[in-house]
Design a protein around this ligand. Structure first.
Ligand code: HEC
Length: 154
């Protein structure tokens, strides 16, 4: 009985030590995309066609595609933080409202219509990003009005 208790305590102890090691492990220096992205300066202000478009885009896209990310408490706990950091680093690189990076309405429209964006795993903890079909259409129309219809890079 004593032996079994020791084994259980040992496993719990290892788990605690492992968790602490995970928190202090410098993963960002090995995989740069896992490093905390923080919020670099905003160098571009979108000239939104309406306050509604701005509100919808901020609710559904800004956490991964702007430098105005709000970080909930669990986003700094490894290994969740690694995944969150990775998505923000990659998301900002692909498109960033705060730096005028790759803001093409037709690509945004495609992503929203296909249901690719916002990412599905983001929605359960961000119900405000879970847009109704009407809100999606309103956001798409607003993005086209804001960024123009034509993608010259397309
Ligand atoms: C949870 C984070 C997250 C949210 C929220 C999010 N995105 Fe993304 N987005 C990403 C990541 C990561 C990528 C790059 C990898 C990929 O395409 O899956 C990306 C890529 C994109 C791309 C480029 C696609 C390509 O293949 O080049 C567009 C356009 C885009 N997102 C639009 C949006 C729009 C519009 C919204 C809001 C309706 C949004 N995203 C919300 C994480 C996010």
């Amino acid at each position: 009985m004593k032996r079994r208790r020791n084994i259980i305590l040992g496993i719990i102890g290892l788990g605690i030590v492992g968790f602490i090691v995970l928190q202090i492990f410098p993963i960002g220096s090995i995989i740069p995309d896992f490093a905390p992205p923080g919020n670099p300066p905003v160098t571009y202000t979108v000239n939104w066609d309406s306050a509604d478009t701005e509100k919808l885009a901020k609710a559904a896209c800004f956490d991964c595609h702007s430098n105005e990310t709000s970080y909930p408490w669990y986003s700094s706990i490894a290994p969740v933080s690694w995944l969150v950091n990775h998505d923000i680093n990659e998301g900002r690189r692909k498109m960033n409202f705060s730096t005028n990076t790759h803001l093409f309405s037709d690509e945004m429209e495609t992503q929203i219509e296909k249901g690719e964006m916002p990412k599905w795993f983001y929605l359960p903890l961000h119900p405000e990003a879970n847009l109704t079909p009407e809100q999606k259409q309103q956001l798409i129309d607003g993005l086209i009005a804001t960024f123009g219809e034509v993608d010259f890079n397309g």
